[in-house]
Design a protein around this ligand. Structure first.
Ligand code: ARG
Ligand code: ZN
Length: 885
């Protein structure tokens, strides 16, 4: 598929850098068709490296204007240069390397390195973008103090930002100006950032626990100034939370956030200058949904928390990416749980883990939390590194308990401040602070695949004893045919007829006792283990994996009555929700069987009853009830079916729709009552309470709209009168999913006319249409590609239209004629040369080709077509190579 096969990089081949960097001076001269970058690198041979090792500087697509050492220009035979590396065989042990390069940010469509987003210059350097700016030892274990000078036209780019603290601006000739920035904290190149543009800001202050005043600014385009308040609140909450929960104080006088429209990911934690995808920072009730508000809060927190877990202590190499990402996701998840509903946050995170991460772990791209090899690191910003990595940290938290975990975290930060380290150092700090042996636990970092936990219970009434037997196994993954048993924390309770039972393990049994004797964390470490509970006076229903204490699949042979009992009486909210999902899966599976056999569909009455009881009970947390009423997504059902002979997308869709309709008509009155009960006149606020109420109310609306004309009428009136985007979009979605053509098209047209000027809302509009299960969805998506609202250069728009179509519209993406696959491949083909990171990410749904009954060959054919392109980026090459292996 390409002439030179890209090189595989192995973790075991890590070598320390030959040279250390004491100081980096950079000057950027920004012009309308190019930029000139001058660097002075203060280098010193690394005493720990081989004394003959050459100085290696990474560089890609650079025009080299000048290179000199200690003031003397290098002759062409004094260095060697290829597409990726500039090598100087004999550099002095201590020297200053001066280098000038010319680059073209205006033509940089990959959105890594220095590029232009609309009218502003900005950077994205993680993981290996800095090498597109200038020749540099672009690896995270080379850290230096940066002095940055930016020169640009004063009228076009009045604001010039970089990391650290600024000196006063200086006026230059020809209407240009200059600002110098100094960042006292040594950092790797991936944390460097620069922004230049006509930006405006909102400002606030934060006094740290140490009594220092920090200026907080959010820089945006002028039109967006009124969309920054929530991000600013979130930043202040994050700063306070990190002081209170982790004892972490901010360490510069300024903290800046900048919003940019063209961004490959969510946001980036550059030291003192976080750069955000505008979709992850801008918020206003009339244009942002509750989910959007929560997302902004979580991402602002995530990037802020990186200041310690990522920046002060960073990664030695990119195989350790989860060291900062897993830990930081765990930190932001706990923050969100503290700010809102803990149970609902956990439910959302587990849903994502089960649908996306379990799928990744079961597919051709499976990799451990600490990978052993990669071709392109950008492909490893995955749900495994982030979400499974966070679960691994959460398990350490569970095994140690909150106090010892905090001591471990303090020790980690204290020991490694200013260093670039590995996952091993994190685990060792946790061990050293707690005295808990994590040797076997380390397998979570090295073994890929989702462990399978099979549980069975035996109740001996005569002895009043309940024995729980747990058995673990882990499926083979690419390169790892055999797995060892891991340490799996299993949090549990035992449910009796009148609530949770007190737990007493037979004497010699391990497992941490907690203050509340109805809760226990068992540690499964062998392949099979039994745990005996004494004094159990009735046959219990085990409530297993409370709070989802380990990222595993669980099998236990619950009866329908058991699941109903867990749904209604179990103390742990996560288990209650999970029971509702188990029951829904069982009912959906029956329905699929009945549909496939052409027999009458009969829905389990106990399931309908249980849902009815939830709807009728005004004392339950509405947010949790809403989640319990949400049936498992089609993509998740397909994933589960993959292991059982392949998914039939059409049957899955039909069964799910049929079950939803049955629920809707069985409980039409309850949905209507519940909807009315939750109507409020309180002014909008993105509080947990209001978010929960809106969520259940809009869930009711969806079922009501599904049930017929009356519900659609209600959706229409909510659409017409809504005063916030949560209610308005929910109504639009209900109409788009269930309404007749005319009503749907009118609502979509109206929505666009109202919000044409707000890019982020227009993206939602694209998404709603891409996900409609209507017969002509694909033709609509093709038409939208030519709509002024779409732009293939903008990743948010590509995700909204193409990402939503291929991930959230299974019946149309998997159309029998293969046109859905062709559409996706067409886009990837266009994108690969412009933005390989986004192209590679879009490929994910096609990599699951083995999961689909009757469709696999058509999906594979599109992968092969892409593999045959005359040039293929390293990013796309790696995914194709693994998916086709
Ligand atoms: N470190 C950033 C974050 O998680 C993500 C940067 C991803 N960049 C990339 N090129 N994949 O907060
Ligand atoms: Zn991160």
């Amino acid at each position: 598929m390409r002439d030179a096969q890209p090189k595989v990089i192995y973790r075991k081949e890590y070598q320390v850098p030959a040279f250390l960097l004491e100081r980096t001076e950079l000057t950027f001269e920004l012009f309308e068709d190019h930029a000139v970058v001058t660097s002075q690198l203060h280098l010193r041979r690394n005493p720990e490296a081989d004394s003959g090792a050459a100085l290696e500087l990474n560089g890609q697509e650079l025009e080299l204007l000048e290179i000199a050492i200690d003031g003397r220009e290098l002759a062409p035979d004094e260095y060697h240069r290829d597409d990726e590396l500039l090598t100087i065989a004999r550099a002095p042990a201590q020297c200053v390397l001066r280098c000038r390069t010319r680059i073209h940010p205006q033509d940089n469509t990959s959105l890594e390195g220095l590029y232009k987003s609309r009218t502003m210059f900005c950077t994205q350097c993680e993981a290996e973008g800095f090498r597109k700016i200038t020749y540099f030892p672009d690896r995270p274990d080379v850290m230096s103090v940066f002095d940055v000078t930016i020169e640009a036209d004063q009228a076009l780019y009045p604001v010039l930002l970089s990391n650290g603290n600024p000196a006063p601006p200086e006026a230059l000739a020809n209407g240009r100006h200059r600002v110098r920035w100094h960042d006292p904290h040594p950092k790797p190149a991936y944390l460097f950032a620069l922004v230049a543009g006509d930006l405006h800001y909102v400002e606030d202050r934060f006094r740290t626990c140490g009594g220092r005043d920090v200026t907080l600014r959010i820089y945006v385009e002028e039109k967006d100034l009124d969309k920054c308040a929530h991000a600013m609140d979130s930043l202040i909450q994050s700063m306070r939370w990190d002081e209170e929960t982790y004892g972490r104080e901010y360490d510069l006088d300024i903290f800046n956030i900048v919003a940019v429209d063209d961004f490959n990911m969510g946001a980036m934690e550059n030291k003192g200058l976080n750069i955000f995808n505008s979709s992850c920072v801008l918020c206003r009730p009339d244009i942002t949904t509750d989910a959007g508000f929560e997302r902004v809060q979580a991402i602002v927190a995530h990037e802020y928390f990186h200041n310690w877990s990522g920046n002060r202590v960073t990664c030695r190499d990119w195989f350790q990416l989860s060291l900062k990402e897993g830990f930081t996701v765990f930190r932001d998840a706990e923050f969100s749980a503290d700010m809102g509903s803990r149970t609902v946050k956990r439910i959302e995170d587990v849903s994502l883990l089960r649908t996306a991460q379990f799928a990744e772990d079961a597919g051709p791209m499976a990799h451990p939390v600490r990978p052993d090899s990669f071709i392109e690191i950008s492909n490893f910003y995955t749900v495994t590194i982030y979400e499974k990595g966070a679960e691994v940290v959460r398990m350490i938290h569970t095994l140690l308990g909150p106090d010892l975990f905090r001591q471990g975290s303090d020790l980690y930060f204290e020991r490694h401040d200013g260093q670039a380290v590995t996952c091993e150092e994190f685990v060792r700090a946790m061990e050293d602070a707690s005295g808990v042996d994590l040797s076997q636990f380390r397998l979570w970092y090295s073994q890929a695949g989702t462990p399978r936990l099979v549980a069975s219970g035996h109740y001996d009434a005569g002895a009043a004893r309940y024995t729980l037997t747990l058995r673990q196994s882990c499926p083979a993954t690419p390169g790892q045919p055999h797995k060892e048993p891991m340490t799996i924390p299993v949090a549990l309770g035992l449910l009796g007829t009148a609530g949770n039972l007190p737990l007493r393990l037979a004497d010699d049994q391990p497992g941490g006792e907690t203050a509340d004797n109805t809760h226990r964390v068992l540690e499964l470490s062998r392949e099979e283990q039994s745990f005996c509970f004494e004094g159990v006076m009735e046959a219990p229903v085990p409530a297993l994996l409370r709070g989802f204490s380990a990222p595993v699949t669980l099998e236990y042979d619950y009866s329908t009555a058991d699941l109903c009992a867990l749904m209604s009486r179990e103390a742990d909210g996560f288990v209650r929700w999970d029971a509702s999902q188990q029951l829904a899966l069982r009912v959906l599976s029956d329905t699929q069987g009945q549909l496939a056999a052409d027999s009458a569909v009969v829905v389990e009455p106990q399931f309908l009853e249980a849902l009815g009881a939830l709807l009728a009970d005004p004392d339950l947390d509405p947010a949790m009830v809403a989640e319990m009423l949400r049936l498992p997504a089609e993509g998740y059902l397909a994933e589960l079916a993959a292991g059982q002979g392949g998914a039939d997308v059409d049957i899955i869709h039909q069964a799910r729709q049929m079950l939803r309709s049955t629920i809707a008509s069985a409980h039409a009155d309850l949905f209507a009552d519940c909807y009315q009960r939750l109507v409020t006149s309180a002014p909008f606020a993105p509080t947990a309470e209001q978010i929960g109420a809106r969520s259940l109310r809009n869930m009711c609306l969806d079922y009501l709209a599904l049930d017929g004309a009356e519900g659609l009428q209600l959706a229409q009136s909510q659409f017409d009168t809504a005063t916030n985007m949560t209610d308005r979009l929910a109504a639009l979605q209900a109409i788009a999913q269930h309404g007749p053509d005319q009503q749907r098209d009118a609502a979509l047209a109206r929505f666009y006319a109202d919000w044409e000027q707000e890019t982020l809302v227009v993206n939602q509009w694209l998404q709603v249409q891409a996900a409609m299960p209507v017969a002509d969805a694909l033709e609509r998506v093709r038409a939208l590609l030519a709509h002024p609202a779409f732009d293939i250069r903008n990743p948010n728009k590509v995700r909204s239209l193409i990402g939503a179509f291929s991930n959230a519209n299974p019946v149309n993406f998997h159309r029998a004629d293969g046109e859905g696959y062709r559409l996706l491949a067409d886009i990837i083909e266009q994108l690969d040369s412009r933005n390989p990171q986004i192209a590679a990410r879009l490929l994910t749904p096609l990599t699951k080709w083995r999961n689909y009954r009757g469709r696999g060959e058509q999906m594979r054919a599109q992968l092969q077509r892409l593999a045959a392109m005359p040039t293929v980026s390293r990013d796309v090459y790696e995914v194709l190579d693994k998916a086709l292996a």
